[in-house]
Structures are given as structure tokens and as C-alpha cells.
Design a protein around this ligand. Structure first.
Ligand SMILES: [Zn+2]
Ligand SMILES: [Zn+2]
Length: 333
């Protein structure tokens, strides 16, 4: 099969991905073998390709937003899925099930967790495997291309929204407006929030307003109102400062990314006093994933998905790195 591997992690301009021909993987007893139909291109793939994240598997195939068809089953996959089913494959692919985090509803913090497209091969390929317990049924009413970004951009954005403690009808600030943010903004709007967007790209600001944001301005500009909650999607630590300053008393800032450049020194009075809070967001639980996918089934989310053929996966990542993508790019097989 055709696949892309991260051969030598480094700047995307050095083309760290290589297109290769490798054997179709065989599923372990608890795994499904799936034929990939579409795979989202996530900023985390860029962090894996560029080496911002340490290498967990040499020559890994990236990609963790797979919409796929089950083509074979291992010997012990339970009864949820059958050959021919359409399934979603997301970032989280293993947790231990026994530690204090797994047994208290926080499996996203499991120290033995493993991830698709980092610890195991992902969806920049014609076929992939997934543990059946970590595959997800997908909502109806979306094309395969539209579904792909829901599987990470959507799920992580949803968890970020939960972590941002947005009060009912509250004012939410969104910093950075790429794939995850444009989905999360729609979830917040559907829940009755007033959304303000701070982002560098004029196209992204236009998209934000078209989706129903109350305002859109530059990445480090001040929103027109004090915010109850904010989510930082851009992996830019400097933006933590203006985001905290924009919070109202008691407000919460959630940082959505797996990677953030260094945060400059904070000033206690300007950035934190009056009980403003700053929180990280680490992966997601399967409960988050299933809740969000069910929400997407009952609330139509408009997903902007520039498409690339599998053969152009490296171009898609380069475009993402350069800020040339509006919405969430998807590889189409
Ligand atoms: Zn665990
Ligand atoms: Zn992702």
C-alpha cells in the first residue's frame, strides 16, 4: 500500500515525510483492519513531522483523524463493529484501564496511553489498524471528508470548551482560528455563547464572522467585551498574556494544543489576580469523543475542508505550517 512515513523529523521545508510502499498491516486480535477513505491533517501531525514531539515510533505513519471502512476483524474485537461498517479512528488508541486516572474518568491522563500516528501507524496510508475499543461510530448527515476533522479538531475542541468552563450564554474568546477552532466556535454558538475571535489571517476572520462570531480581530488585539472564558488554539505562548488580560474576573483560559511555545513572564496583577485561571487540555477521553460525535449528529456543523489527494500529504502539511489553510485540510483517498 501507499503510505507516508516520518523518516527524519525536521522543519517541514526540509520535507521530513517520505512516500513509501509498505505491506498492508495485519490486525492484532483486538484490532480492526480498516481501509482509509479520508484522513484529516492536524497540527499535531506537523509537530510529529517536525520533531516538536519526541519520536515514539521510528518511521511512523502520521494521521489520527481517519474515516475508514472496516475490512477485516481480529479474533477478539467484541461485537460492536462488523466488516463494511464506517468507523472513525482518533488520536487516543490505548489506555491501561487500571490506573487511578483510568478508573476515575480521566483516561486522557493515563501514563500508559498510546496515540494513533505517534505510537502506532496512522491514516496517511491506504490501510490502518485500530483497537476496536477505541474506534468510534460516526454520525449520519456528513460526507467522509467532513467527518475527518471532527475526529481530532472536533473532539479536542469540545474538551477544550469543557475545560474553559463557559457559563450558559457566556462570552467566549477564541485565539487562533484553524480547523479545531472553527468547529468549536459552532459548538459554542449552538450552546448559546457569544463568540469573539482573535486570529492573524484575514480569511480566518472572515470565516469566523460568517459562522456567527460577534467580532473578529487580530491575534493579539483586545476583544470588544470582557470574556468569561477563552480557548487558545494557536500554539503561541505569547498569546497567553493578552488572552488572560481579556478575561473578566473569575474567567478561565484553556490551552488546547499539545504543544505551546514558551509563555513569557506573567504579571500577577495584570494576568492572574481576581481569580483568573489558566488550564491545559491533554488529549481526550473516549467519553468526550462519543459525546461530541453525538452532538455533531444532532447539530449540523459546517466544516471547511480543503482536500488534498494522499499523494500530496507533504504539501498539505507545508500549507498548514505556512498558514495557507482555511478550515481543516483533509487527505482524500
Ligand atoms: Zn491508565
Ligand atoms: Zn489532532
Amino acid at each position: 500500500m501507499t503510505a507516508w512515513q516520518v523518516r527524519s523529523p525536521g522543519p517541514i521545508t526540509m520535507r521530513p515525510l517520505q512516500r513509501v510502499a509498505v505491506p498492508v498491516p495485519s490486525p492484532a486480535p483486538d484490532e480492526l483492519l480498516v481501509a482509509v477513505r479520508a484522513c484529516g491533517v492536524c497540527r499535531t501531525d506537523l509537530h510529529v513531522a517536525e520533531g516538536d514531539l519526541p519520536v515514539h515510533r521510528a518511521n511512523v505513519i502520521p494521521g489520527h483523524e481517519m474515516v475508514a471502512e472496516v475490512v477485516a476483524l481480529g479474533s477478539d474485537t467484541g461485537g460492536e463493529f462488523a466488516v463494511g461498517d464506517r468507523v472513525g479512528v482518533a488520536w487516543l488508541r490505548h489506555t491501561c484501564g487500571e490506573c487511578k486516572f483510568c478508573t476515575s474518568g480521566q483516561e486522557n491522563l493515563c501514563p500508559r496511553s498510546r496515540y494513533t500516528g505517534w505510537d502506532a501507524d496512522g491514516g496517511y496510508a491506504e490501510f490502518a489498524t485500530v483497537p476496536a475499543a477505541f474506534a468510534h461510530p460516526l454520525p449520519a448527515g456528513y460526507s467522509e471528508t467532513e467527518l475527518a476533522p471532527l475526529l481530532c479538531a472536533g473532539i479536542i475542541g469540545y474538551r477544550s470548551l469543557l475545560r474553559a468552563d463557559l457559563p450558559t450564554g457566556g462570552r467566549l474568546g477564541i485565539y487562533g482560528f484553524g480547523g479545531s477552532a472553527h468547529i468549536t466556535a459552532q459548538v459554542a454558538l449552538a450552546l448559546g455563547a457569544e463568540v469573539h475571535v482573535m486570529t492573524r489571517g484575514a480569511d480566518a476572520r472572515e470565516l469566523a464572522l460568517a459562522l456567527g462570531a460577534a467580532s473578529a480581530q487580530g491575534a493579539d488585539e483586545t476583544p470588544p467585551v470582557k470574556l468569561d472564558s477563552a480557548i487558545l488554539f494557536a500554539p503561541v505562548g505569547q498569546l497567553v498574556l493578552p488572552a488572560l488580560e481579556a478575561l473578566d474576573r473569575g474567567g478561565t483560559l484553556a490551552i488546547a494544543g499539545i504543544y505551546l511555545s514558551d509563555i513569557p513572564a506573567l504579571n500577577y496583577e495584570r494576568h492572574l489576580f481576581f481569580e483568573r485561571q489558566i488550564r491545559s487540555v491533554t488529549s481526550n477521553t473516549r467519553k468526550d469523543a462519543r459525546e461530541f460525535l453525538a452532538f455533531a449528529g444532532s447539530h449540523r456543523i459546517a466544516v471547511t475542508t480543503p482536500e488534498y489527494p494522499l499523494d500530496r500529504a507533504d504539501d498539505a502539511l507545508a500549507d498548514l505550517a505556512a498558514g495557507r489553510i482555511s478550515g481543516a485540510a483533509v487527505l482524500r483517498l
